[in-house]
Every structure is written in structure tokens, then in C-alpha cells.
Design a binder for this molecule. Structure first.
Ligand code: SAH
Ligand code: SF4
Ligand code: F3S
Length: 454
């Protein structure tokens, strides 16, 4: 049997796509190997969110040349967010990546996964693959994922939509993943049911703007969700997934929501559904209205504050984390200070802080100069991270002496690591076999980013 090796970069969406690719390759008769040297096919599932992310991918792809020297028949394929055009090295119109990497054989857009067999045949017409029913392949979401990258089968990531229509001026995602399309509710529920039957206690629903599920232009034109009438598709989905608590599902999270679609009904559902957790990752990007406007984020600082207020009214103990970009085009000292102070005021308990990285093809790269010096970006990034350490440490302290419920995701000997309901990492010791179980743990110690029972 031919073997494939796959390396995944980037966000959870890419890991989820990798699971679908694996299932598809198994259907084509491939077996998985963790050793690239033993593979007949090496695939890089790439991320292009920042220059650093791309550099990391290129760094790994250099090794493909070595693998190819050892095995000249090796097929090297690239997929994910760095690919613009599905093509093989013999195609008339090829992706730009072929100019950068002479070992490359196939470039494949994620949502065109079913084209892989056809492109592989362009390389070698003798390659034979089992026939897969055409309609099964119409939509890559219809390929059932292997759920293999999920830690120890305790929690599953289920993609509910792909693509993005928002065009934030800095962001490459609408170009790399195309227009937003939602999966049908029935299809998502089937995947969730399967995950629960496999023993997963937690499901995270994922999408680029997960809470605009069913609201995209494409979804409206297709009329897929018309039957729901006034009910918001995402809220409806959360209610349906919640029913799986009868089958053993205990926790449901979703990421990343967009502030503009954080409706009152969604806030209500988060507070009332059994499986919803007291945690929300709600990317704000900046705490200054002029910067938000330049970013085309479609909300104001005041609107964001209002959402947080409502979330906290329903659940005063909710943990909120966010994403911040520092050093975006034209960010003045004052604008940065506004973001800094906003971060403090909101009491964000965790955050991913990025330095702005210009992405070719985006609106910002075309029209707004990337004029903040690297040194200033770095200083702002460091200041934000210092602040984050303080706010995170403070947030952790409130759990000292309390008992939290932990879903154990890793166990090495007697050391167990998992997440609490508030999505805090918890470490403790136990002689018992606890992997995949939800157990009460009394917190005795709190670090900047971790809670412990010592
Ligand atoms: N859809 C999500 C974010 C997806 S991208 C949302 O709208 O919030 C993940 C994070 O990467 C973003 O939240 C942003 O903080 C960061 N990011 C995206 N493009 C970036 C860029 N060009 N430079 C720096 N950070 C970027
Ligand atoms: Fe990118 Fe904005 Fe879409 Fe998020 S909402 S994926 S930041 S364009
Ligand atoms: Fe990267 Fe694509 Fe995710 S650009 S962050 S892998 S959506």
C-alpha cells in the first residue's frame, strides 16, 4: 500500500481539514506514516496568516528536497491557505508556489480536495485509484474526517462553515479560503453524533466567523436555512447539538465568533444551554475606533463593550479571551494606548497578540501603508504581553481553593493535564486512569497560564 505523510500548520481549521484529507487518502488506498522518509506522498497543509507562518512552512518544505533525493518517485503536495490555484507541475496554469519550490508536484486548494486524484494522474497517468462516487465529492465537507488529531479522543473539532466574507483589510483568509459557505445542520449533527459515539465529551464548533453560520450571501442565495424562518441558524444549531447531552456530550465550545454577529439570542443560548461553557474567545483586534475602521471590522469599541456587558450580566463569572493586532498601518501612540487601556478595562483573561504582518493582495497591502517600524511593533507587542501576563495571573487567582471540573486530555504516568470549564489549563497528579474523563480538582496553586493541584 502506498503511504502518505502529512504536516499541518496554522489554526484548528487546518487540523480539521487534515482529518478530512486523511479520510479521503485512506479511501484512495493510502496508509498513513509518521516518517516522511517512508512516504510515497508528502503533504504540507499550510497557513499564510502572517509572514512568520509562511516562513515556518517554507522552512519545513526545504526538507522535501532531501526526501525526494532518497525517493525520486515521491509526490510532494502543498495544500491549505498558501495555495491559490489547484494545479500539478504539468498544468498549463500553475500556482505561484511552483516558482518557489522546484520539488513541488501538486498544489491543491483545500476545498478542492477531491481534485487530488485527477492531479496525481496528471503526474502519472498509470496511477490507479478506486472510483469514489462523484456526489460524495461534490463538497469536501461530505468527506467524513478521521478525528485523528484530537487529543486522545476526548474533544472533537467540528467545522460548521468555511471561508469568510468579511474582508478585514489586513486578512488573507477571504482570499485563501474563499467565500463563506455553511454546512447543512443535518450533516454537522451526524458528525457530532459520531464524535460523541466515539467517546468525545467535548465538541468545539469551528468556522472563520463561526456565529455568522447560515447568514452568508451564499447561504442566503442557496436558501439552505429558509425553513428556520426567524430562528438564527447558529442558535438553532447550538440547541440541536445541546440535545446530544443525552448521549454523553458534556461540553460545547465555538471559535471564533465575530462581534458583529454576537446577537442577544446567542448570548441567551450561551447562558441557558446545558452544554455551553462559561468561556468565550471573542477577537477584538483593537480597542480604538479609528483603527477598527481602518481594519474594516464593522463594530465599535462601544458595541464590543456592550456585548461583554451582556455576557457578564448573564454570567458574571464568564472568562473572555481575545485576539489583538499591534502595529497595524498608521497606529499612533495614542491609538495603541487606547487598545492597551481597553484590554485592561475588559479584563481579558487570555489573548493571542500579533504584530501586524502585511499580506499581499489584501486591501491594507494595496491602500494603507505598513508604516509602523518593526522595532515599534515589537515594543508594543512586548508591552501587551506583559499586560496579558498580569491579567491572566489575576484571573487565575480566583480559582485558588476552588474545585473545578477538568476534562483530562493528557496523562503521562501520574501527571494529568486538561481544561476546566473556563478553558483554563489544569495540571494535577493522580494514580488513576483518567484520560478522557471529567473529574473534580481542587486548585491549590495558580501560575500565570496554568492552574495546579500540588
Ligand atoms: N476570523 C477570526 C480570526 C481569524 S485569523 C476573527 O475575525 O477574529 C486569527 C488571528 O490572526 C486574527 O484574529 C488576527 O488577530 C490575526 N491576524 C490575521 N491577519 C493578520 C495579519 N495580517 N497580521 C497580524 N495578525 C493577523
Ligand atoms: Fe479574517 Fe476578518 Fe474574516 Fe476573521 S473576519 S477571517 S480576521 S477577514
Ligand atoms: Fe492560517 Fe488559514 Fe487558519 S491562514 S490561521 S490556516 S484559516
Amino acid at each position: 500500500m502506498p503511504k502518505y505523510h502529512i504536516q499541518t500548520f496554522g489554526c484548528q481549521m487546518n487540523y480539521s481539514d487534515t482529518e478530512r484529507m486523511e479520510a479521503y487518502l485512506h479511501a484512495l488506498g493510502f496508509d498513513k506514516t509518521e516518517t516522511p522518509e517512508a512516504a510515497d506522498l508528502v503533504i504540507f497543509n499550510t497557513c499564510s496568516i502572517r509572514q512568520k507562518a509562511e516562513d515556518k512552512v517554507y522552512g519545513s518544505m526545504i526538507r522535501a528536497a532531501n526526501y525526494k533525493r532518497k525517493n525520486p518517485n515521491l509526490i510532494v503536495a502543498v495544500t491549505g491557505c498558501m495555495v491559490r490555484k489547484s494545479s500539478s507541475k504539468y498544468s498549463t496554469e500553475r500556482d505561484k508556489l511552483f516558482n518557489r519550490m522546484k520539488e513541488l508536484d501538486i498544489a491543491l486548494r483545500t476545498e478542492e480536495l477531491p481534485k487530488f486524484a485527477e492531479l496525481a494522474r496528471e503526474l502519472d497517468p498509470k496511477l490507479k485509484f478506486p472510483e469514489i462516487e462523484e456526489e460524495e465529492l461534490e463538497d469536501y465537507f461530505q468527506i467524513n474526517p478521521t478525528h485523528s488529531s484530537q487529543k486522545s479522543g476526548t474533544q472533537a473539532f467540528v467545522a460548521i462553515s468555511n471561508g469568510c466574507d468579511n474582508f478585514c483589510t489586513y486578512c488573507i483568509v477571504p482570499y485563501s479560503r474563499g467565500r463563506e459557505k455553511s454546512r447543512k445542520i443535518g450533516e454537522i449533527l451526524e458528525e457530532c453524533k459520531k464524535a460523541v459515539a466515539e467517546g468525545h465529551k467535548e465538541i468545539t464548533l469551528i468556522g472563520q466567523t463561526v456565529n455568522s453560520y447560515g447568514l452568508s450571501k451564499h447561504d442566503k442565495e442557496a436558501g439552505t436555512f429558509e425553513y428556520l424562518k426567524d430562528e438564527e441558524p447558529f442558535v438553532h444549531l447550538l440547541k440541536e447539538v445541546d440535545k446530544l447531552s443525552e448521549k454523553g456530550l458534556e461540553r460545547v465550545r465555538f471559535t471564533s465568533p465575530h462581534p458583529k454577529d454576537m446577537s442577544d439570542k446567542l448570548i441567551e443560548a450561551m447562558a441557558t444551554l446545558k452544554t455551553q461553557m462559561p468561556y468565550l474567545h471573542l477577537p477584538v483586534q483593537a480597542g480604538d475606533n479609528a483603527v477598527l475602521r481602518r481594519m474594516n471590522r464593522n463594530y465599535t469599541v462601544e458595541h464590543y463593550k456592550e456585548i461583554v456587558k451582556k455576557l457578564r450580566e448573564k454570567n458574571p463569572d464568564i472568562s473572555i479571551s481575545t485576539d489583538i493586532i499591534v502595529g497595524f498601518c498608521g497606529e499612533t501612540d495614542e491609538e495603541f494606548e487606547n487598545t492597551y487601556n481597553f484590554f485592561k478595562e475588559m479584563g481579558f483573561e487570555h489573548a493571542y497578540i500579533s504584530q501586524y504582518s502585511e499580506r499581499r493582495g489584501t486591501t491594507a497591502s494595496k491602500f494603507i501603508p505598513d508604516d509602523i517600524p518593526d522595532e515599534v511593533k515589537k515594543q508594543r507587542w512586548e508591552r501587551m504581553n506583559e499586560l496579558l501576563k498580569k491579567t491572566s495571573a489575576r484571573a487565575h487567582q480566583r480559582f485558588k481553593g476552588k474545585t473545578v471540573k477538568v476534562l483530562v486530555e493528557e496523562q503521562n504516568g501520574d501527571v494529568c493535564i486538561g481544561r476546566s470549564e473556563h478553558y483554563k489549563t489544569v495540571q494535577f497528579q493522580s494514580e488513576k486512569e483518567l484520560l478522557g474523563k471529567i473529574v473534580p480538582v481542587k486548585i491549590t496553586h495558580s501560575d500565570t497560564f496554568i492552574l495546579k493541584r500540588l
